[in-house]
Design a protein around this ligand. Structure first.
Ligand SMILES: CSCCC(=O)C(=O)COP(=O)(O)O
Ligand SMILES: [Mg+2]
Length: 227
């Protein structure tokens, strides 16, 4: 029997629906990004991420309008670029705080996270969304504030989700051997990378997607997982 001490979970397609991200969060960020950048132009953190976005795109001395256009294009392309994710998180905060939306969680997720927490497992998140965006997602969920259940959060500042080294870094950061961690995701390449690092893996195939064999144990929901 594997000695699992921690569950590391993806968000989009795993705890929460892709539709919520694509139909609610992304359009909100797209709509509010131009005004957000203009009104926060003096904020050093915003300036830093605008600069990083321009640098990633190879834009030299780009105007603010050019960087805004770039970021909107990245939203439309669902680019997992760290500067975009950081800025999206700041914009989404305004949506959560103004009650424009609450985050979607699949119906069994909150109860299973609570049960795993209560049985002594440590819970962690690893998402392409920024750590502040992850905390908002679990803090303003349909099932209330789930952040007390989590021991830590990781985003692309730790490394990209399809890279083996990212999972080694996460195991080291949480002080466990990779074999003591169960990683949950809907994306095969992420599961492959986690397994190559030595983690256990479970593939979430949320209905109505047909159950597919991606080479990892596959389940339709968290009720079928027994860490
Ligand atoms: C918590 S942020 C909202 C989702 C998001 O921006 C994203 O890129 C989700 O990526 P994931 O790695 O959770 O599939
Ligand atoms: Mg996902």
């Amino acid at each position: 029997m594997p000695d699992i001490r921690a569950v590391l979970t993806d968000i989009e397609g795993t705890t929460s629906s892709i539709d919520f991200v694509k139909d609610v969060l992304f359009p909100f960020a797209r709509q509010h990004l131009p005004a957000f950048v203009e009104t926060h132009a003096d904020d050093p953190e915003v300036q830093h991420w605008l600069h990083e976005a321009a640098k990633d795109a190879g834009l030299v001395e780009a105007s603010r309008t050019e960087v805004i256009d770039l970021l909107i294009r990245w939203i439309d392309e669902d680019r997992k670029a760290t500067p975009l994710k950081a800025l999206q998180g700041m914009i989404w905060r305004e949506g959560y705080e103004s009650k424009a939306y609450v985050s979607h969680m699949y119906p069994e997720v909150a109860a299973r996270l609570q049960a795993w927490h209560d049985q002594g497992l440590k819970l962690y998140v690893y998402s392409s969304g920024s750590v502040p965006a992850q905390k908002l997602m679990f803090g303003y969920s349909e099932h209330g504030d789930l952040t007390p259940l989590f021991s830590g959060y990781f985003d692309t500042q730790t490394g990209h989700k399809r890279e083996v080294e990212s999972y080694r870094r996460i195991a080291e950061a949480i002080g466990l051997a990779p074999a003591q961690v169960l990683f949950l995701s809907d994306i095969r390449e992420e599961l492959d990378a986690a397994r190559a690092a030595g983690m256990h893996t479970t593939h979430l195939v949320r209905p109505p997607l047909p159950m597919a064999d991606a080479g990892h144990p596959a389940v339709a929901d968290f009720n079928a997982i027994q860490p």
